[in-house]
Design a protein around this ligand. Structure first.
Ligand SMILES: [Mg+2]
Length: 209
């Protein structure tokens, strides 16, 4: 009954923690010991964004700033660090186990595939390309380009408008209960929750489709 699948990127297709670690180590090679702090600050701010406290665009500037301040680096060092981190992030492409196999399976069942992610459009497209999976997608819907962040219903409405699909024709797959599942459902789109922490299998998740 579905014609298309919207698929989240981080922690659904690409493995967020190793990607984050790799980009951090490139941007801050002399201080691997601060990674956890960096990761925790980013995590808290992204979590606050899910609940509407900040936009994703704001968080992208806030977390390097807060991190650099917390390790005592001067204000002037924030911009170079942010640039280096983003450049490195755009090259990270560690796949979640079975991600490619799931895309192959969905494609062979005839579904139209679209990526749906909260981030910078050019960086996410670059990561999908380097992971060798960009070609599976008819289009990529990325919040900075769409103009709204998941779970805002307007993110999903704009993705539907661009794809020409009805809510009932789409299934959303993602690892965030807030942004992916509740967001999609608010827009009338069915959703499948990928429980990354529970080590769920992507192929198992889609076997009924
Ligand atoms: Mg995700």
């Amino acid at each position: 009954m579905y014609k298309a699948i919207f698929i989240d990127i981080d922690d659904t297709l690409l493995d967020y923690v190793p990607c984050c670690r790799e980009a951090y180590d490139t941007a801050m090679p002399d201080h691997p010991e601060h990674f956890q702090l960096f990761f925790d600050i980013a995590g808290r701010l992204f979590s606050e964004a899910k609940h509407g406290k900040h936009t994703i665009a704001e968080v992208m500037d806030l977390y390097p700033k807060e991190f650099m301040a917390s390790i005592g680096y001067p204000q002037e060092s924030v911009a170079p660090f942010t640039r280096a981190f983003r450049a490195a992030w755009g090259k990270t492409h560690t796949l979640v186990p079975e991600a490619k196999e799931m895309l192959d399976a969905l494609k062979s069942k005839g579904y139209r595939l679209f990526a749906a992610s909260n981030s910078f459009a050019h960086l996410q497209r670059s990561r999908l390309e380097q992971a060798g999976i960009l070609h599976y997608f008819e289009d990529t819907y990325i919040s900075m380009d769409i103009g709204y962040d998941k779970p805002d219903v307007r993110f999903f409405e704009e993705a539907l408008r661009r794809s020409g699909l009805q809510p009932s024709e789409v299934l959303m797959i993602g690892d965030s209960m807030t942004t992916d599942i509740l967001g999609a459902k608010a827009a009338g789109i069915d959703a499948l929750f990928f429980d990354r922490r529970g080590n769920a299998s992507l192929l198992e998740l889609i076997k009924e489709l």
